[in-house]
Design a protein around this ligand. Structure first.
Ligand code: ADP
Ligand code: F6P
Length: 460
């Protein structure tokens, strides 16, 4: 059996890091790797004065990890720089805050070379290599330059931006050309995939076959959509665990007969938290009859907090939550509980289960796993209602949620009102349709379909 080598910037199986700040990629990959004889290779998250390429191997909960430390300059230019100040905002359609800096470019290229240099000696001929996310787009090109002929796949967890936005990136052609060193490129949705093939047609002057094979720069690569899922069975089990039940009891006591609305997100401007708070504020203003009968619990662990835009969003949310509570709170009621910390999977499952409404309103999101976790955690006999942004990749699959435009505080307020009033029969019908999809299109089927498609590509 060939080994699966997973490569990603961040390596932190949830078993090791349960703070919640690690995001969907880590959660999904740990579940996938547990089922194969694989290795997960990437950055340790640690810094070292001078890069040595020394590998640290560990084994935990059935997953082998191999990590390297990076220099402070690498972290600045590659992770905080090109990955999170250039590509992340650009890929989430935020060209207004995207930063372009040559130092970032060179740091990004250098770290991708460091990854290739360290990974190469570990590889066996029939290994299958699966690279994840925007931090490592040029990695396959670097591996090919070192003679690697293994099958290499790439999966992008974020959106892929439309041609006109991508064209604002200096050297965008070189970035896209480097993607042709992969054998397979996976996107979360058809929409992001067509934005990529559009680029190949319109900017690169190439052609695209009906099966998604793109030809450009004298090379070809297959592109397809593979919507990521959660480890649904495990999450349902977590929701029935003693810890989850204890948390649900704790929540019930503090809910005190009101309805709880839950939001769980990394503290990131793409998650639409400011707009969500404004939508909730509008809901409170429009529905005086519901004051004191509802509250919003927003859990948002800080993320990437050395970057200015992240510090700014945090400050704005502190102010906004203060304003909302200042205007509406009573001696026995706080309308907005805003918590900046992570919770274990089981605690989180118990919290989701106690919430009458799951409010998931990113401005743009590759997929969004919180929406799927919320559905999986519900009591099928008396489930809550999912309100979901139409701009999350998950909205393509989760049509039975209440879909909203997160830019409109009125739509958010109306959907909250509708969810509050929804009869049990309709809640059950919607949740059961959503749950069918979440159980069927889970992380295992995602991994299996990606790996099968990669194996089907002839080896170079
Ligand atoms: P992203 O990958 O952009 O962070 P997703 O919604 O796809 O967004 O995935 C977020 C993951 O991180 C989910 O699995 C969610 O449960 C987890 N998570 C987010 N916030 C917390 C938290 N406060 N505590 C624990 N887990 C969290
Ligand atoms: O899912 C998108 C993503 O950027 C992942 O690649 C990443 O692991 C997660 O969000 C959390 O971000 P970070 O690793 O920068 O904390």
């Amino acid at each position: 059996m060939s080994r699966l080598i997973v490569v990603s910037n961040r390596v932190s199986p949830p078993a090791i890091d349960s703070t919640g700040s690690q995001g969907g990629l880590a959660v999904a990959l740990a579940a996938a790797l547990r089922q194969s004889r694989g290795i997960w290779f990437g950055w340790s998250g640690e810094q070292v004065a001078e890069f040595t390429g020394k590998l640290d191997f560990r084994r935990a909960q059935g997953v082998t990890t191999a990590t390297i430390d990076l220099e402070p300059r690498d972290v600045d230019e590659y992770y905080n720089g090109f990955a999170n100040r250039t590509l992340w905002p650009l890929f989430h359609y935020r060209i207004d805050i995207t930063e372009y800096d040559r130092q970032f470019d060179s740091g990004y290229a250098r770290v991708n070379r460091r990854f290739a240099d360290t990974l190469c000696p570990m590889l066996e001929t029939d290994d299958i290599i699966w690279v994840h996310d925007y931090h490592l787009i040029p990695l396959a090109r670097e591996l090919r330059a070192r003679g690697v002929r293994n099958r290499i796949g790439f999966f992008l967890h974020t959106p892929w931006p439309p041609v006109r936005l991508l064209a604002t990136l200096p050297h965008h052609e070189a970035l896209v050309e480097s993607m042709f060193a992969y054998d397979l490129i996976g996107f979360q949705t058809e929409e992001w995939m067509s934005a990529f093939t559009d680029y190949c047609l319109r900017e690169a002057g190439g052609r695209v076959e009906p099966d998604g094979t793109a030809h450009a720069y004298g090379q070809c690569v297959k592109a397809a959509a593979f919507p990521i899922g959660i480890d649904a069975e495990a999450f349902q089990k977590a929701a029935r665990s003693n810890e989850a039940r204890a948390m649900a009891r704790r929540m019930r006591a503090s809910i005190a007969g009101r309805h709880m609305i839950i939001g769980v997100d990394r503290l990131d401007y793409s998650k639409g938290l400011e707009e969500r708070f404004t939508g909730y504020e509008r809901f409170l203003a429009d529905n005086p009859d519901l004051l004191n009968r509802v509250f919003l619990l927003q859990i948002a662990p800080p993320s990437r907090n050395t970057i200015g835009t992240y510090r700014e969003i945090r400050e704005k949310l502190d102010q906004l939550s203060g304003r909302i509570n200042g205007a509406h709170a009573d001696v026995d009621w706080v309308p907005l509980r805003y918590v900046n910390r992570g919770y274990s999977r089981r605690d989180l499952a118990g919290i989701y289960r106690s919430a009458r409404i799951g409010l998931v309103t990113p401005m743009r999101d590759g997929m969004n796993l919180v929406a799927k976790e919320y559905v999986a955690a519900q009591d099928p006999k008396d489930p809550g209602v999912l309100i979901l942004s139409r701009f999350a990749g998950a909205a393509r699959q989760m049509k039975d949620a209440l879909l909203v435009n997160p830019y409109s505080s009125e739509e958010i307020a109306d959907a909250l009102r509708q969810a509050m009033a929804m009869e049990r029969a309709e809640r059950v019908r919607r949740n059961s349709a959503l749950l069918d999809g979440v159980m069927r299109d889970d992380v295992t089927s995602w991994r299996e379909s990606f790996v099968a498609a990669l194996k089907a590509v002839p080896q170079r």
